[in-house]
Ligand binder design. Structure first.
Ligand SMILES: Cc1cc2nc3c(=O)[nH]c(=O)nc-3n(C[C@H](O)[C@H](O)[C@H](O)COP(=O)(O)OP(=O)(O)OC[C@H]3O[C@@H](n4cnc5c(N)ncnc54)[C@H](O)[C@@H]3O)c2cc1C
Length: 475
C-alpha cells in the first residue's frame, strides 16, 4: 500500500525513526553526501538519516516502501561509479550506516569476524591483527570505506590474487529488505548447499536489493614471511611471462602482481610527496611482485630470490629492487597505489576499469593504445593495475596543455573505443568498481538481453516498490 502524504510530512516521519540528532536536513550538512571523489556526479537530497541499528534501518525501509520514497544506502562514500550519489531531482533520502560501525565479534577458532555494515575496513583489519590474523581486503580507500559498501560493490583491491574479492571473503550477511523485513543470514558455514545463494545476490548489488547491516567475514593466518620486489621490464609481454613464472613457482604465496607504466612512475614521483623510483635505471614497464608465506620469512626470501634469478637468466627482467624493510615494502605499494591520484595534477583523466583474460593483456594494451591514439594522438595513456587478476585501470591523461573540459567531454567517445577492444577480448568493462550510474546504460546495451532481463526480474522480486537506489546498476 502506498500512502500519499506531502514530502515534509514524510520527512518528519523518517526523522522520528532516528531522532533529530541523527538526521541532517541543512544544505551545508547534506552537501558532502551529494557528490563523489571524482566530481562526476552531483545529486540532491532533502535528508540524510544516520541509522543506529538494524531495527532503525528496518523501520526506515518499511516506511519508504509504504510511501514510495527512494532510499540511497551510503557507507564510506568512496565508490567510484556514482552509486552512493542521489539523483538530481532531489527526492532521494540518503541512509548512512556510519553510526553502525561496531565489530560485533571475533572468533579466532572459526577464523571469522562479525561486523556491522558500517564498520570501517581498516578497523576490521585491526581487529583481525589483534588476534594474529589477517583480513585480506586491502584498498587505497581502506581508512574510510565501510564493510557494507565493500560488500555492495564486491570490492577487489590488492590481494585478490591470493584471497579473492569480497564475495570470497564473506560467509554470511544480515540484510534489511526494501519491505523492512530483516534477513538474518549471518551464517558461518563453509559448506551450505541449501538452495539459491541469497548472500551472493546482495554482494555486488550496489544497494539495489537491500541494505547490508551486518556480515560474517573470513580471516586468514597472518603471513610470517613477506617479500616485495619492484622490477623493471621491457614490455607487458615480459610482465606476463614473469607472472607465469611467479604463479608456477609461488602458487598461493603470490599475493600481488601489479603492472605499472613508466609514465605512471613519472607522475607519481613528480606529484606525490616522498615517493621515489626505487630503481636508478629507466624501464618502459614495471611490475610489483608481492609474496607472502605462512611458515617463515626465509621461505618468502628464497622464493623471491629464486624467481628473480630465473627471470634474469631468461632475459625477462633488466633490473629489480627487493624491499629490505616493512617501511620499504609499504613505500613500493604506496608508489603503485598513488598512481591514480598522481594523474590529477596532470589535468583531466578519462578512466576505464576493465578486465580481460590474463593472457590477452599485452594484446589488449597494444590495441587499445592504437585506438585511443587514433582519436587523440597526444593523449597520455597511463594503464596500470592488477595484472594477476586480469584487471587494468586503463586511464588516459589529457595531452599536455589541452583544455581539460574539452578533453573530459570526450569521455564517452573514448570509452566506446576502449570498451570495443575489451569486448573483442571477451573481457568486462566493469572489473572491480561496479556499475553505479557510470556504466549502467553501457552495460544494459552491451550485455546479453537475457542477463538484463533476469536482473530486472530479481530486482522486481526483492523490491516491488522500486525504492532501493533507483537509477543505479540496471535503472
Ligand atoms: C583511493 C581509492 C582506492 C580504491 N581502490 C579500490 C580497489 O582497489 N578496489 C576496489 O574494488 N575499489 C576501490 N575503490 C572504490 C571504493 O573504495 C570501493 O568501491 C568501496 O568498496 C566502496 O565502499 P564505501 O563504503 O565507500 O561505499 P559507498 O561509496 O558509500 O557505496 C558504494 C555503493 O554501495 C552501496 N552501499 C553502501 N553501503 C551499503 C550497504 N550497507 N548496503 C547496501 N548497499 C550499500 C551504495 O549505495 C553504493 O551503490 C577505491 C576508491 C578510492 C577512493
Amino acid at each position: 500500500m502506498t500512502v500519499t502524504m506531502s514530502l515534509a510530512e514524510r520527512l518528519r516521519d523518517f526523522i522520528d525513526i532516528v531522532g533529530e540528532a541523527n538526521a541532517l536536513t541543512s544544505a551545508d550538512d547534506i552537501k558532502p553526501y551529494l557528490t563523489e571523489n571524482r566530481g562526476l556526479y552531483h545529486g540532491a537530497s532533502p535528508l540524510v538519516l544516520k541509522a543506529g541499528s538494524t531495527q532503525e534501518v528496518s523501520a526506515i525501509l518499511k516506511l519508504a516502501s509504504e510511501t514510495g520514497t527512494a532510499i540511497v544506502p551510503v557507507s564510506g562514500r568512496t565508490g567510484l561509479v556514482g552509486g552512493q550519489v542521489p539523483r538530481e531531482e532531489g527526492q532521494d533520502v540518503l541512509l548512512s550506516l556510519e553510526r553502525m560501525n561496531r565489530i560485533r565479534e571475533v572468533d579466532p577458532v572459526a577464523d571469522v569476524i562479525v561486523a556491522d555494515g558500517g564498520a570501517i575496513l581498516a578497523d576490521v583489519q585491526k581487529a583481525a591483527e589483534a588476534h594474529d590474523r589477517l583480513f585480506p581486503l586491502s584498498l587505497g580507500s581502506e581508512g574510510s570505506c565501510r564493510i557494507g559498501g565493500n560488500l555492495a560493490t564486491n570490492a577487489g583491491g590488492t590481494a585478490v590474487l591470493a584471497y579473492g574479492n569480497m564475495r570470497q571473503l564473506c560467509l554470511g550477511l544480515e540484510v534489511v529488505l526494501p519491505t523492512g523485513e530483516i534477513w538474518d543470514g549471518l551464517r558461518r558455514l563453509k559448506k551450505d548447499n541449501s538452495g539459491y545463494d541469497l548472500r551472493d545476490l546482495f554482494i555486488g548489488a550496489e544497494g539495489t536489493l537491500g541494505v547490508i547491516t551486518g556480515a560474517v567475514l573470513k580471516m586468514v593466518p597472518r603471513p610470517r614471511g613477506r617479500q616485495v620486489a619492484y622490477v623493471g621490464l621491457a614490455s607487458p609481454d615480459a610482465a606476463l611471462q614473469l607472472f607465469e613464472k611467479a604463479s608456477q613457482r609461488c602458487g598461493s604465496a603470490l599475493t600481488g602482481f601489479e603492472l605499472m607504466p613508466r609514465i605512471g612512475i613519472e607522475f607519481t614521483t613528480r606529484h606525490i610527496p616522498g615517493v621515489r623510483d626505487p630503481l636508478a635505471s629507466i624501464h618502459p614497464w614495471y611490475a610489483l611482485v608481492d609474496i607472502s608465506t605462512s611458515d617463515s620469512p626465509e621461505t618468502a626470501e628464497t622464493m623471491m630470490q629464486e624467481l628473480l634469478a630465473e627471470a634474469f637468466e631468461a632475459g625477462l627482467v633488466s633490473d629489480a629492487a627487493i624491499a629490505s624493510s616493512i617501511a620499504q615494502q609499504d613505500a613500493f605499494w604506496h608508489l603503485r597505489e598513488s598512481m591514480s591520484e598522481a594523474q590529477r595534477p596532470e589535468g583531466g583523466s578519462i578512466k576505464h576499469d576493465v578486465s580481460v583474460p590474463i593472457s590477452r593483456i599485452p594484446a589488449f594494451l597494444a590495441e587499445a593504445d592504437a585506438a585511443v591514439h587514433a582519436l587523440m594522438p597526444d593523449a597520455r595513456i597511463c594503464a596500470f593495475g592488477h595484472l594477476g587478476d586480469g584487471n587494468i585501470h586503463y586511464n588516459i591523461s589529457q595531452p599536455v596543455g589541452a583544455d581539460k573540459a574539452a578533453f573530459i567531454a570526450r569521455w564517452r567517445e573514448v570509452n566506446a573505443v576502449v570498451h570495443a577492444v575489451v569486448h573483442k577480448h571477451t573481457g568486462s568493462i566493469s572489473a572491480e568498481h561496479g556499475v553505479g550510474q557510470l556504466k549502467r546504460d553501457e552495460l544494459v546495451a552491451s550485455r546479453p538481453a537475457i542477463e538484463t532481463e533476469l536482473m530486472r526480474r530479481i530486482k522486481q522480486a526483492f523490491d516491488p516498490a522500486g525504492i532501493m537506489n533507483p537509477g543505479k546498476v540496471i535503472g
